[in-house]
Ligand binder design. Sequence first.
Ligand SMILES: Cc1cc2nc3c(=O)[nH]c(=O)nc-3n(C[C@H](O)[C@H](O)[C@H](O)COP(=O)(O)OP(=O)(O)OC[C@H]3O[C@@H](n4cnc5c(N)ncnc54)[C@H](O)[C@@H]3O)c2cc1C
Length: 381
Amino acid sequence: MTSKILIVGAGIAGLSLARRLKHFDLDFDIIDEKPSEYKSGAGIALPFNAVRELKDLKVFDSLAGRYHQVKEINYTTTSGKTLGKANLTDPPFDQEMFIAMKRQDLHAALSVGLEHKIRHNTKLLSVVHADDQVDVSCSYELLDGKYDLVVAADGIHSTVRSQNFEGQETIRDHQMRCWRFIVTLPEHGLEPIYMMGKTDLFMAYPISANAVYCYGHIHEHSPSADLTDNAADNLRKIFSGYGGPVPEILSKLDEVKIVTGRLLSVTEPRFYDRRIVFVGDAANGCSPLIQQGAAAALEDTNILADALAMQNIDQALESYQARREARIRWVVQYSDGPLPHLLKMESWIGRAMRYLMIKSRGPLNVYGWKKLATDRLLSNS
Ligand SMILES: Cc1cc2nc3c(=O)[nH]c(=O)nc-3n(C[C@H](O)[C@H](O)[C@H](O)COP(=O)(O)OP(=O)(O)OC[C@H]3O[C@@H](n4cnc5c(N)ncnc54)[C@H](O)[C@@H]3O)c2cc1C
């Protein structure tokens, strides 16, 4: 008998799982509350392990011409003075690629072939465990009923997770306001640069020869975070003293669409509970320090689909957790590690300690990526 599987969410996690299940001829339904025309804003940086997964998924080639390969990471002061630099073409990354692109282009590529399968404008309303199944209700009644497996791929604000762990705190708010946008900068010649102030940081990450994905953040309790509802005004106020490419970028803010957000994480990674399994941000959403969001979603779904193709559901869920747990716990811990200490950067001692750490280890994201690439204990064994 074939199992009835429902994937809730058609973001990176839901789409990549759908592609994998289709490959294994496993049937499923997939729903998303957003309309099909929705385009996710801003850019996305994809480190080596996300690129590996996209290649394995046979999606990478279709991205040709829509991504930009980055080769170096530079951490600097607000004036642009280098604190730590790393080359992304040296071992262990000499056979790997780091890229960045528009988010909407990645979504479009992952959606190819699934257009008729995804039920858009369909919101999951409730999930209730029922013996070896899950009783589901959603805004499209024909999909209501019992499923053998529900996959929560519904992002950091996961309804499935909050209902399954009702009464428990499942999201951590880091009190950080962040902004993302893409700006046109003809022939910028930039490599990714992370400019660090106190609790404020500005990142410029090229996504093509003429466009740069920008990200800025600040701790809401920082004395210099006198924030309003106007994203462009906030960015101008916080980053006006910065050097490097920032003044030119800020001069273009009226031309760009800014996505405002907060940094949120799961309080702890979730893997599965009875016949509900968690993937992507619903399982392990965390800060973007080492840009593991897409990579984790792609790795989660690769391993889950493999397990479902070879084992019965209960065994598959067990092996999914067993193979992912060490790596995911490390990713969440490393990504969120600096955030509770960020307010200490208001003092020069805090900043001196941070500079020393960057001087000794190099850029913290590259240090994290090296660990993921080389530490056997963190492999998806
Ligand atoms: C500021 C910031 C910068 C980031 N930068 C990067 C980066 O550079 N690189 C990187 O890899 N990651 C980055 N991330 C993380 C990355 O965006 C996420 O990890 C990734 O989008 C997770 O994909 P997902 O499919 O799990 O969730 P989502 O992309 O959130 O998709 C969830 C889907 O579920 C749908 N949904 C939600 N609730 C329901 C419901 N009740 N019923 C039906 N559908 C529902 C939503 O409409 C959505 O389409 C960043 C995150 C932030 C906050």
